[in-house]
Design a protein around this ligand. Structure first.
Ligand code: PLP
Length: 448
C-alpha cells in the first residue's frame, strides 16, 4: 500500500460518478448535475442543507444481493456489520431483505431491538464485551424456544469465555459460542484496519483457541457451535482471504477429529471497495471463492460484511464556504469537517471530492488545492493538492464512498452538530436522521 502520509496527496483526479452504481451525471436543462437514483444532489442540498449523508437504497440492496448470489446454494447468513452504518432505517431495509447482523456492543444490540430483529439473526463480536452486555445479549428475544438470546457469541479470550459461562449458568441458558481465531495472515488497507496478525488485540492464536475448545468441550453452559475470524478491512485481493479461510477450514477439521463438530464457520467481513484507483475483487467473485472453500466442509457460513455493502452507496454532500490562496497554495474550505467524516485523518483514507453540478463534467486541466473543513485542526483536511476545478462559495460538492464508517464515527467536536442523513429511493428522498441542533449537542451537559 501507499505510504499513508502520501495517500491523500497530489492524487490523480477521478470522478466517482462515472463508476459508482446509482450515482451519475445527467442533463438538467442546460446544466449537468449528479443524481442519486432519480434525485439531483444539488436539490438534496437545497432541501436538507449541508453537510448531509446521502444513500442510495438500490445500491445498498444490490450490493447485498450480489454477495448472496455469489454464495449460491451454500447455507449461509449474511450479518451486516452494524459498526459500518448504524442508521435504523438502513438496518431495517437490510433486515427486510433478509440480512442478519454483526454487533460489537450492547448499544448496537439495542439498535436491532428497536427495529425488531430476532436474536437468531445476530452474532456478537468484539474484544471487550462487558458483563452487562453479555447479560443483555443472553436475554435478547429469540424465536427459538430453547435458544439463549442471540445466534452466536464470538469470544476473543479465555477471560471472556469465563464471564459468558458464568452469566449463562446464572440464566440457565446454553449460548452458541465460537472462538475468534487469529489466522496470522497479513491483510487490510491500513495498519489501523488490519486485524488478523498475532500482534493485534483481536482473537486468539489457533493454539489457544484449540485449548479453549478442548477444555470446555463438556461445559454445561457453553455450546460450541462455530469458529470465526476477521482478518481486516478494505482488503482488495482474494489471496489473503483464501489463505485465512483455508487455515480456518483446517482448524475446523482438526476440531472435528477431536469430536467437536461445529455447525458454523464465521469468516467476518473485510472486502474492500473502490475509493480512487483501487480495483477490488467483485462481491460476487469474493463470495464464490468463499463458497468454493466452505462447501466441502458441510457447515453453514456466516459473513459479516460492512464496507462492501454500504461504502459506495453513500456520499457526504457539502458546500464550499470560502476559497483562499496563500503564497504557496490554494484552499477550498467546505462545510463538512473531520467531525463529520474522520476517515481521512484517522486512516489517511482518500475520499474523492467533486462538484455535483456544472455545464459539463469536470475537465482534467486544473489547479491543485487542499480541500479542508472548518475545524481548528491542521488534520482537518480531506485531500491535499487535489485538482477539484473551479469552485466558488455556495457550490455543492460530494465526498464519495462515505457510506461506511462515516456517520457512525461523527462527533460534536468544535461544538458542531452531527450531519443529517437522507435515503434516496427512486425519485423520493427521505430524511432518515435529522441534523443535530445545539440543544442535541448540549443535551447531556449538566450546568453547575
Ligand atoms: C469482527 C468484525 N466483523 C466485521 C467487520 C466489518 O468489516 P468490513 O466493513 O471491512 O466488511 C469488522 C470491521 O472491523 C469486524 O471487526
Amino acid at each position: 500500500m501507499n505510504n499513508p502520509s502520501q495517500a491523500r496527496k497530489n492524487l490523480e483526479y477521478v470522478d466517482p460518478a462515472r463508476f459508482t452504481p446509482h450515482f451519475a451525471w445527467k442533463a438538467r436543462g442546460q446544466a449537468k448535475e449528479v443524481y442519486c437514483e432519480g434525485v439531483a444532489l444539488p436539490e438534496i442540498a437545497e432541501r436538507f442543507g449541508t453537510p448531509t449523508y446521502v444513500y442510495s437504497r438500490r445500491a445498498i440492496e444490490e450490493a447485498y444481493d450480489e454477495l448472496k448470489s455469489g454464495l449460491g446454494s451454500l447455507p449461509h447468513l449474511l450479518c451486516f456489520a452494524v459498526k459500518a452504518n448504524g442508521n435504523l432505517s438502513i438496518l431495517k431495509l437490510l433486515a427486510k431483505r433478509g440480512s442478519g447482523f454483526d454487533i460489537v456492543s450492547g448499544g448496537e444490540l439495542d439498535h436491532l431491538g428497536r427495529i425488531g430483529v430476532r436474536g437468531e439473526r445476530i452474532v456478537f463480536s468484539g474484544v471487550g464485551k462487558r458483563r452487562e452486555e453479555i447479560r443483555e445479549a443472553l436475554r435478547y428475544k429469540s424465536s427459538r424456544k430453547s435458544a439463549a438470546g442471540i445466534l452466536q457469541f464470538n469470544v476473543e479470550s479465555s477471560a471472556e469465555l469465563e464471564v459468558l459461562a458464568e452469566e449463562a449458568s446464572r440464566q440457565r441458558v446454553m449460548p452458541g459460542v465460537s472462538v475468534r481465531v487469529n489466522p496470522d495472515v497479513k491483510a487490510g488497507g491500513h495498519p489501523h484496519i488490519s486485524t488478523g496478525l498475532h500482534e493485534h488485540k483481536f482473537g486468539v492464536s489457533w493454539q489457544e483457541a484449540r485449548a479453549m475448545y478442548l477444555a470446555h468441550r463438556h461445559a454445561r453452559y457453553i455450546r460450541w457451535q462455530g469458529i470465526s475470524a476477521h482478518i481486516g478491512s478494505q482488503i482488495v485481493e482474494l489471496g489473503p482471504f483464501r489463505q485465512a479461510l483455508e487455515r480456518l477450514a483446517g482448524y475446523l477439521l482438526d476440531l472435528r477429529k477431536q469430536g467437536i463438530a461445529l455447525k458454523y464457520l464465521d469468516f467476518g467481513g473485510g472486502l474492500g471497495v473502490r475509493y480512487t484507483k483501487e480495483q477490488p475483487a467483485s462481491r460476487k467473485a469474493y463470495a464464490r471463492m468463499i463458497a468454493g472453500v466452505v462447501r466441502p466442509l458441510g457447515v453453514e457460513l456466516l459473513l459479516e460484511p460492512g464496507r462492501a455493502i454500504i461504502a459506495q452507496a453513500g456520499i457526504l454532500l457539502s458546500r464550499v464556504i470560502y476559497t483562499k490562496r496563500n503564497s504557496r497554495k490554494s484552499f477550498v474550505v467546505i462545510d463538512a469537517a473531520m467531525n463529520d467524516l474522520i476517515r481521512p485523518v484517522l486512516y489517511d483514507a482518500p475520499h474523492p471530492v467533486t462538484r455535483v453540478s456544472g455545464k459539463k463534467a469536470q475537465s482534467r486541466a486544473r489547479e491543485r488545492m487542499d480541500v479542508v473543513g472548518p475545524v481548528c485542526e491542521t488534520g482537518d483536511c480531506f485531500l491535499q493538492g487535489w485538482p477539484l476545478g473551479k469552485v466558488t462559495p455556495g457550490n455543492v460538492v460530494a465526498l464519495w464512498a462515505a457510506g461506511a464508517y462515516g456517520m457512525v464515527q461523527a462527533s460534536n467536536y468544535n461544538g458542531r452538530g452531527r450531519p443529517a442523513e437522507v435515503l434516496v429511493e427512486g425519485k423520493r428522498a427521505r430524511l432518515i436522521r435529522r441534523r443535530e441542533t445545539q440543544d442535541d449537542v448540549l443535551r447531556t451537559d449538566a450546568l453547575f
